[in-house]
Write a new protein. Sequence first.
Lengths: 323, 334, 303
Amino acid sequence: MEVRDLTTHFFMHEAVARAVENVSFTLKKGETLGLAGESGCGKTTTALSIMRLLPPGGRILNGEIVVDGEDLVKKNDLEMKAIRWRKISIVFQGAMNALNPVLRVGEQVAEAIVEKEKVSKANALRRARSLFELVGLDSSRVSDYPHEFSGGMRQRVMIAMALACNPSIVIADEPVTALDVVVQSRILELLKELQRKLSLSVILITHDLSVIAETCDRVAIMYAGRIAELGNVVNVYKDSWHPYTEALITAFPSIAGKRRRFLSIPGDPPDLTSPPPGCRFHPRCQWQDELCRTQDPDYRSVAPDHYVACHHSDKFRESVRER
Amino acid sequence: MQDESLLRVQDLSVWFPARRGVSGIFTRKLEWIRAVEDVSFSVRKGEVMCLAGESGSGKTTTARAVLALIGARSGSVEFAGMNILALSKTELRKLRCKMQIIFQDPYESIDPRMSILEVLTEPLEVNRVARARREREDRAYKALEDVRLLPPREFARRFPHELSGGQRQRVAIARALVLDPELIVADEPVSMLDASIRVQILNLILDLREEYNLTFLYITHDLAQARYIGTDIVIMYLGKMMESGPVEDVVTKPIHPYTRALISNVPVPDPTIKHDRIAVKGETPSALDIPSGCRFHPRCPHAEEICKKVEPRFARVDSERYSACHFNERWTAK
Amino acid sequence: MRTLRAQATTTVQIKEDRFWVYRRKISDFWRLYKRSRLGKIGLTIVLAFMFIAIAAPWIAPYDPFSFVGDPFLKPSSAHVLGTDQVGRDILSRVIFGTRISLLVGLVASAMTICLGSLIGLVSGYLGGRVDNLLMRITDLFIILPALPLMLIMASILGKGIMNIIIVIAVIGWTATARMVRSQTMSLKERPFTEASRAIGSTDLHTIARHIVPNVFPLVFANGMIAIVDAILSEAGLSFLGFGDPSSPSWGMVLYFADRAGSTVNGYWWYIVPPGICIMLLVMGFAFISYSTDQILNPRLRRR
């Protein structure tokens, strides 16, 4: 998938929230791309834009989303219906709590299949059973109700539902946030296994940098609707080019490594209805100057397959090296 | 010998009544959810004691019981030499000044209809501390300064919906400080905040601890957080203590199989560090169906016959280390 | 000296700010309310009736209690709605009836709300045995059929507007009580209530400062329905003959109209107007309640 200059705004009564602006990235076949950032940075909006499932008030103003040579932004609703779930599918944030409590889970998964393909309900249920096996659930559990499952198992059901029509791309929005650490590991392992078995390409959205470090091949760090840095996960974490990336990673208490005082990033994430002029991160950045306050930095390549949007990444890297 | 503990919890148990299914309405028999059982620990002045565990471990219930916000079935909580569970309602209220709480949800723990100044002066009014209105306001401003919400007068005028999550949580901390407490119970205070704000608040807590020599009881499910902020830790599972000790020790040299599994599964924000994850089968059982013997045995990769039948003692393994496993020596030998 | 003044300014400023916050809330509320056509219609109707009630002595052509003409006169220019069986002007009686019906409606519902809220608050907050006891009493009142109970009470207490108000209040509090109770119970679990207890508030303080203000919007919406209930109850009681014959409430006019055989003899000008008035006033309050509910309960709001 190739996303170029995606811009999505939310039009509300009083103001316009500039949720996503000029976001560009590629998703390579078979890889896991992480979209990382704090709440409000635009990662979920990006996912919803790709799926064309924006809530009322949201509009894609610009950009292209190219999958298999076709631009999804130009498609109408009918065409998108054929693409959703069959080419690209999504596990929404908190979806495991959105299962209909009065329907059996097998039926709910089968419903997704019947909606999209012309198969009988019986066949769909049979597919649901095999999907359950695929995600590590006992196939006999298709006749159980959601409340009989624990959180981790319900998430597996949601993954099964997302895989129902054999998509090639899966977007997972905060798939493990509400789960206990032990269950979290198992779900992440499941995702890795499924990716291998089914040659999936995965976009993993989360605010948890440690989850990204453990599961993603490449990562895009987003801030206030823009991508601050994009690259191979090792390079981004260990050899950052953007001050925000470094600040974010060092502000994450870790269970390993040396025990030390972490430096926090001063200030708060900006209000997207009136973002700061120039570089959106400048009010919280120690390297900001006149240029940063007035001009938006270009999103440019600084190394093979490594992009940054910062005026002073060289200066910043110098000082890091000195430390 | 002088006991320096500020807080001493002994054999605390909290049980909730439960009626299972429809039959519950007709039968007189009550089932019990043994949410917390026989929890004992002590916290010295100035320490940060972490109660860590996954959901359903009983850590939040323990914290509430320690502050007598919910009723305990048995056990004692000694604070400043008195068993607060045995106090009358009025005596307890008098002691509340010294023990305060910070809640998890910055959006719900402050009454949206009150201005920040009112939120901060309410504890003083209620406890009839600082009779004069000006004195109360002064203390409120001082608290706002302590939590770095400057200028304090400006923030005092605002209402909760005008503040961000991080700012609201600072107000919650200020509210806890305004009564000059000795002990603060913090219930997952940063889990609903953004990553970049979390460390701000954690550092604030550490600074305040130093400045005022405060003692904290810190509840969290995030072991990385516990390691950052804690001095000591108690790992809980299904209402019982599994392991305890100084936090750095427990995290780097865990003894109990549950602790070891837990720590190995915590993701690390460093893609170059690969670590083996100990697989733990199954999921945490419901508190109505507590396994016999050792509560962890159905999921423990090292479970043996005795683990199903006999509950292990919370035994001392080292000068400050305790662990509840039949085979403690096996793990410490490593 | 300067610091003292600065401090005083802050408190004053907060009071002012609070005033502006409420003003803004009210104007926001009004802005949303104006969008609802039903709401505007309802409000107009109710305000119209209130005006009639206040201006009755000047609007009504005759004194409702005196005999101003021959009995059973048909509608004419002198008597727009004709006269009743003893020669009183029906239009004047209907106009003055507005006063009684509105009075009973508002006072009785106010009492209902107060009683119901008090019981609901205490029951919901204290829980346990107190809750059980109060709820069983409430259940009792719910089970007993309202109208027969009202009739019995009315006959025991005797005639008089105050008695009618009391009867309506005593029977009608159950719905409010249940609703306030469940709202209190859910508020009790919210963190800020727990925080209030944690800082050492007495139960009374917590209820007064934190629970009551948050229950209020619900009670207000429910209040409109209570007014409707009260008006209809009064009309019903009076029509059945248990009202106060000396006050010409609409129900009472209906009672006399029925006694005079209006349905049999076709005196539509006697029996229909009071009925229409009741219907309109009730409709007015119902529309207001509907619109208010739409605003206060954000889930009902159409985007």
